[in-house]
Design a binder for this molecule. Structure first.
Ligand code: 6GU
Length: 245
């Protein structure tokens, strides 16, 4: 097992725990129950708990949202249900970060995924439609993250994205062959093109160099392709004045 995650110097002692709070648990179950994340959970490399906020709702109808003060369209998630659930979780363990997924949060980047992967316990609170009572953000939330400049109908898909990006970085989740070190963004470069058999499909040929068997030449070609792809498609990644990842 390759421990590229050198900051996480006591990772032997614990399993990262991610508690996700949502009014739509089923929206999160499936994205976090397949492939790499599924295996990571089965092997206890991460403990992901999805919490339905509904039972913590108010009154007979377990209400979790209400009309906004001052009027306007849309409902706002109420303080009490979220407060009750977060307090319950906090009594059981301490949390390094309580994250709210929202389009007006800080941009979620590979750098942030790397940072979160070094933490022990985190809560992800999924925003819903219009948003949540500002006092939750002021008093309970420690970080607000957005996955991009577009609006989703809820924070669930964003929470699934954040969880996926973090879990695959945990020690033991990826094999040597699929090491996160070669990912697009890990070095601010896009990945080079890849190919498999057949070497010639109806005249669509694999680049000659990849069939050469010369590892040094192949690496040189891949680095050149990475760089030219990045210059062409994402010049912002190469320009440090346009923000770092
Ligand atoms: Cl985190 N939530 C929502 N609702 N929309 C988003 C987002 C988050 N990130 C980008 N768009």
């Amino acid at each position: 097992m390759k421990n590229y995650n050198i900051l996480n110097n006591d990772y032997f002692c614990h399993v990262m725990r991610i508690d996700i709070i949502t009014v739509l648990p089923s929206l999160l179950e499936s994205p976090l129950s397949h492939s790499i994340i599924k295996r990571a959970r089965e092997q206890s490399l991460v403990n992901i708990q999805i919490h339905d906020l509904r039972p913590y709702g108010k009154g007979k109808y377990r209400q979790t949202d209400d009309y906004p003060f001052g009027g306007g369209a849309g409902m706002v998630m109420m303080i009490e249900p979220i407060y009750r659930l977060i307090e319950k979780l906090k009594k059981e363990r301490s949390y390094d970060e309580i994250i709210y997924t929202t389009p007006d949060g800080l941009p979620f980047t590979q750098k942030e995924a790397n940072r979160l992967s070094c933490l022990r316990n985190i809560i992800l609170l999924c925003g819903h439609y219009k948003g949540i009572d500002q006092r939750i953000r002021d008093h309970l939330i420690t970080r607000e993250l957005s996955i991009g400049d577009y609006v989703l109908s809820g924070g669930e898909l964003a929470a699934a994205v954040v969880t996926d990006a973090v879990v695959r970085l945990l020690p033991g989740v990826l094999s040597d062959e699929t090491s996160a070190l070669t990912d697009t963004f890990q070095d601010n470069l896009l990945a080079p093109p890849i190919y498999t058999r057949p070497a010639d499909f109806r005249g669509w040929k694999v680049p000659e160099v990849l069939l050469s068997g010369d590892p040094a030449k192949i690496t040189e070609w891949e680095e050149k392709e990475s760089l030219s792809r990045t210059e062409r498609l994402r010049p912002d990644l190469l320009d440090p004045t346009m923000g770092s990842r």
